[in-house]
Design a protein around this ligand. Structure first.
Ligand code: ATR
Length: 292
């Protein structure tokens, strides 16, 4: 009689601090069931001074890949031996694949956000005027993907204007290749109204509300698109403010679509198959099980 042998199930995690709130496990479990992939996806709470040790422990135990969330995306960039071009441009990593001997760092945040706007909301970016508010890790992760969508221009504004200038400086060559005009300034230097407004600050999370100062002229055109990278109720103040300018034809989105789409990109990097992300997003929005 031969004993049945089964290969250990491939392990993935979302690594961060905190991670208890993360919806990534249910999203990846749904992708795995949809595509018939055998894997297990969990949360990995890493001590603030122990990210590398936590990852090494996970890999030693059979870990194949991970997503990275706050506050480790820059440290993950430094730990990866190789980077995809979009991670190199962002200088930050949200997805790793533990290839033998050389960890690969990718950044799927920007592709996820752009997919949510262009595919899910059916709003192509080409030729539009985009305002990206914030110049921290979240904005750094997505600026390159916006440029790749070939809008007419992207303006980055931030509370500390020097960080906005530094962020566009690292993307100028890429923008020139794509014929996109980049500019930067402080929060009170928004300029004329834009077609697309992205809140990449942590103001929503901290309850500070709309990050821009009051002004008489609109920031968003009628019928425009606004996205807050946060999801859930914390996105409401920013989206309500944007809706008042865009009107009924406007498109308001919290970060849930971005979350599902960046997860789908990560799943593809790890498994080589594309899940039906639109169905998972529709289920989550309707309050159903992710793979209903
Ligand atoms: P993350 O990784 O979430 O982007 P981060 O790198 O700390 O976090 O960046 C937070 C961003 O939110 C920054 O752009 C920050 O502005 P500063 O660079 O000037 O600090 C912005 N931010 C945070 N709280 C804000 C507030 N109340 N109003 C406006 N911008 C805010």
């Amino acid at each position: 009689m031969t004993a049945a042998t089964s290969a250990p199930v491939d392990q993935y995690v979302v690594a961060g601090n905190p991670v208890g709130h993360s919806r990534s496990p249910e999203i990846h479990a749904a992708f795995a069931r949809q595509t018939g992939q055998s894997l297990h996806y969990d949360r990995l709470l890493c001590p603030l001074d122990g990210f590398e040790a936590s990852l090494r422990g996970f890999v030693a135990g059979g870990g194949r890949g991970c997503n990275i969330t706050v506050p480790f995306k820059f440290e993950a960039f430094r730990l990866a031996a190789r980077h995809t071009p979009r991670a190199a441009l962002a200088g930050a990593v949200n997805t790793m694949r533990f290839d033998e001997g050389a960890w690969l760092g990718d950044n799927t945040d920007g592709a996820g956000l752009v997919a949510d706007i262009e595919r899910n909301a059916r709003r192509p970016l080409r030729g539009l005027r985009v305002l990206l508010i914030g110049a921290g890790g979240a904005s750094a992760g997505v600026l390159g993907s916006f440029i790749a969508g070939r809008p007419a221009q992207v303006r980055v504004v931030n509370r500390s204007a020097d960080k906005a200038h530094a962020l566009i400086a690292s993307h100028q060559a890429f923008a020139a290749e794509h014929g996109v005009q980049l500019s930067a300034g402080g929060l009170d230097e928004v300029g004329d109204a834009h077609d697309v407004l992205i809140n990449g600050t942590s103001a929503s999370l901290s309850g500070a509300g709309v990050p821009l100062p009051d002004r008489d002229a609109p920031v968003l055109v009628r019928g425009g698109v606004a996205v807050d990278m946060m999801y859930g109720p914390s996105a409401a103040p920013f989206l309500d403010w944007a809706r008042a300018q865009a009107g009924d034809a406007g498109e308001m989105r919290d970060g849930l679509g971005m979350l599902v789409e960046q997860a789908a990109e990560a799943f593809f990097l790890w498994r080589g198959v594309r899940p039906d992300s639109a169905r998972v997003l529709a289920n989550l929005r309707a309050g159903r099980e992710a793979d209903a």
